[in-house]
Design a protein around this ligand. Structure first.
Ligand SMILES: Cc1cc2nc3c(=O)[nH]c(=O)nc-3n(C[C@H](O)[C@H](O)[C@H](O)COP(=O)(O)OP(=O)(O)OC[C@H]3O[C@@H](n4cnc5c(N)ncnc54)[C@H](O)[C@@H]3O)c2cc1C
Length: 426
């Protein structure tokens, strides 16, 4: 029985997608491309059509891209009912029904949870001058504030978003201080060598890095930020702070649903959500930044990966798993096996990562030289290559990506990652 044939027999089936962003949009496209011709509803709490988040900390913040250039393919291109500005507040997995904030009830045959993540906040963030960066509205507020030329931009947290905001603010000619509790920015994610490069690069561009000292609080004067307090008692005068302390998954609305929610929305390898007994729930899947999924390439460890490509690839798997359920196909749905990848733009350097460097227990400089800003570092665990980061050296990364997908050895062999010999034709 083909999926197409089965779907034609059940035209009244309904799929609901919660989260109208990257994973939600891509899954909607994949469902239609896979032959689903029932009714499709996409629910999203933002009022905007789906847009790309990566430029929010880069080109949009710098003023080099407009909102129009951020848009993902228009909603109208996908045959679906879009509920924008609508928040899902409750999921009943046995009645197979979703409740929206305005009382609307949507029953479904299959459901995708793609509600992403939100910034982790400092307690005292309700004061003017304190920003986070996740949404288009956040980015517009922050850009407006940067254009008012604050005396100094204080970035709290040296993760990718903090570093990108610092780079963009420097490019706008603003004074920037970046504070991180770790001895180097991005240390846990990329290890010593790459983290040391980030520190050098930002210092060279004039960022005042305060490392190894955590932030203990924010001070306000009549509701406006006045200072950032550090653990060693230092008080940094500040009129604008950007807090980039990582994210928390948007899964609170699922409390009481009976789903397993530790560290995200837990799924099996085919992205079916798990109930509290760790059993997959038929026809309900999760994908993207909210999903915590056992990754077959990394010893089935349940991981929540917050990368663009992960959201895109998982959306495809989630759509296939829903189609598997809707068509009553036999056997197990196929697992998600994508190799995570990530990019970051800081100043004029492109940083590309494949696999999961943060899982590495050892790392090694494999190519190039960090002092000239063009190099590649590999990461290994239990005798296998698990990640690679290329700084200004993107061309060679594909070979390492193939090795990670093939569960190649650590350290990687020269022949496995060699550049193929040039072929000449006569
Ligand atoms: C500033 C920034 C820069 C980035 N740069 C890069 C980069 O350079 N490279 C890279 O690989 N990745 C980058 N990312 C990460 C990438 O954008 C994410 O991995 C991707 O957006 C994840 O897509 P998603 O659909 O899973 O989640 P999201 O994009 O977070 O979308 C989830 C949607 O669900 C909505 N929602 C939440 N709860 C509900 C609810 N109860 N009801 C209805 N709707 C709800 C949210 O408001 C949101 O619209 C960046 C992210 C940010 C914020």
């Amino acid at each position: 029985m083909t999926a197409r044939w089965a779907l034609e027999r059940s035209p009244a089936q309904r799929v609901v997608i919660v989260g109208a962003s990257l994973a939600g949009l891509r899954a909607a496209e994949a469902l239609r491309a896979g032959g689903f011709d029932g009714s499709l509803h996409v629910v999203g709490d933002e009022v905007h059509e789906p847009y790309a988040r990566p430029p929010l900390s880069k080109a949009l913040l710098a003023g080099a891209k407009t909102l129009e250039e951020l848009r993902l393919p228009p909603m109208a291109a996908v045959d679906a009912s879009w509920h924008l500005g609508a928040t899902a507040v409750k999921l009943d997995i046995s009645a197979r029904r979703l409740l929206l904030h305005d009382g609307t009830r949507l029953s479904f045959d299959a459901l995708l949870i793609a509600t992403g993540a939100r910034p982790r906040r400092l307690a005292a963030e309700q004061i003017d001058g304190v920003h986070v960066l996740r949404t288009l509205d956040d980015a517009r507020r922050l850009r407006t504030a940067l254009l008012e030329r604050p005396t100094r931009v204080t970035v709290v947290g040296g993760g990718f978003i903090g570093l990108e905001v610092a780079a963009t603010a420097r490019q706008l000619g603003l004074a920037v201080t970046l504070v991180d509790g770790a001895p180097l920015p991005m240390l846990a994610a990329v290890g010593n060598r790459v983290a040391a490069f980030f520190a050098r690069q930002h210092r060279r561009h004039g960022v005042d890095l305060r490392l190894g000292i955590g932030v203990t609080g924010l001070q306000a004067d009549t509701g406006q930020l006045s200072a950032v307090e550090l653990a060693d008692g230092t008080r940094l005068t500040a009129d604008l702070a950007v807090v980039g302390l990582g994210t928390v998954p948007n899964n609170a609305w699922l409390r009481g649903s009976g789903l397993l929610l530790d560290g995200g929305v837990r799924t099996d390898a085919a992205l079916r959500v798990l109930d509290k007994g760790a059993k997959p729930v038929p026809g309900i899947v999760a994908a993207g930044d909210v999903a915590r999924t056992p990754h077959t390439l990394f010893d089935d460890e349940p991981l929540r990966v917050e990368h663009w490509t992960n959201a895109v690839d998982q959306a495809g798997t989630a759509a296939r798993t829903m189609l598997h359920h809707l068509t009553g196909a036999t056997g197990e749905p196929a697992p998600y096996i994508g190799v995570p990848s990530f990019w970051s733009d800081q100043y004029d350097t492109k940083i590309l990562s494949v696999g999961l460097p943060a899982l590495g227990t050892e790392s090694r400089l494999l190519e190039g030289d960090p002092t000239d800003g063009r190099f590649l570092v590999g990461y290994g665990r239990r005798g296998r290559l698990v990640g690679a980061v290329a700084v200004g050296h993107a061309r060679r990364l594909a070979a390492y990506r193939r090795q990670i997908a093939a569960r190649g050895p650590w350290p990687p062999t020269a022949s496995a990652t060699a550049v193929p010999a040039a072929r000449f034709t006569t």
